[in-house]
Design a protein around this ligand. Sequence first.
Ligand SMILES: *Cc1c(COP(=O)(O)O)cnc(C)c1O
Length: 346
Amino acid sequence: MFELQPLVRKNIWQLEPYSCARDEFKGVSASAYLDANENPYNNTINRYPDPLQERLKEMISPIKGVPVPNIFLGNGSDEAIDLVYRIFCHPGVDNVVAIEPTYGMYKVCADINDIFYRKVMLDENYQFTADRLLESCDRRTKVIWICSPNNPTGNDLDRDEIVKLLLKFQGIVVVDEAYSDFSKQKPLRLDLGLYPNLIVLNTMSKAWAGAALRLGMAFASTDIISLFNKVKYPYNINKLSQEKAMDLLRDQSGYRQHLIMVTEERDRLMSAFAALPICKKIFPTAANFFLVRVTDANAIYRYLVERGIIVRNRNRVTLCENCLRITIGTKAENTALLSALIKFKA
Ligand SMILES: *Cc1c(COP(=O)(O)O)cnc(C)c1O
């Protein structure tokens, strides 16, 4: 059976967390707050924000289909990624296993925390198998990183293989579903109850149009969420971000419309790319971007920069030689990209 405690660093398991004024007193109807050394004159931001973001979580819960006690909110997904290392991995001793290529922050945070990072190449279709990942694990492997839809490749990873991994691996499996809004595959976050070793990441930065808020989410068992809450900075999400996030979440029709526009533009852009002489291969995508292999990624990247159009050059990423990653923009931006590329001469 899965046991959490042996996976957690001893100092974290035993940690007595900082108790802030807003933790100790949680009543709603006090008439004088003289407990936190704040400035008492109301300018809307003179008080500390809610350390556990209860109102925001109550809005997120029905939208994501995840109960409030299973939600952690972080200063971007970046905070959740970093906390995974700080909770589970002993610096200089433990290792993690990840698919490659994938999102760069898993490796950067491993390096910052002095954790060994083992890469397992995806196959030529950018897919993986649970068994190949498990072959790279040993008794010091605490975490496996999966990203689906994957960045920078864009595709959904095989859901049955992720489930197989969750059932076979005795450590933590993080599945980053930053792009699941754009995918038709059933998100793993809806099956949280089945897998005590699962952490799912989501973000306000992509489909929800809130990249500047810095608001990431982790969904997991209540035991794992308690560990996140213990280790995070007490007031990790500022009040302005909490309020603005609630504004965005209230506008669900705006969210849905953006999804429709982005997926329509994605189809249009990808069909148009297929007809471009510079286009060698378009990879299938379930995200708001797609990966394309071109005749000369470096030259085309520079050509576009000169015209004020910035795409992501992934030429130096393994398995992505001569590939550009194109984010779906507005209709006008996408049209500008296409007209520039039509005029490109090698
Ligand atoms: C963009 C992205 C995120 C979002 O990170 P934030 O820190 O929440 O902005 C997370 N994971 C992946 C794979 C991404 O591509």
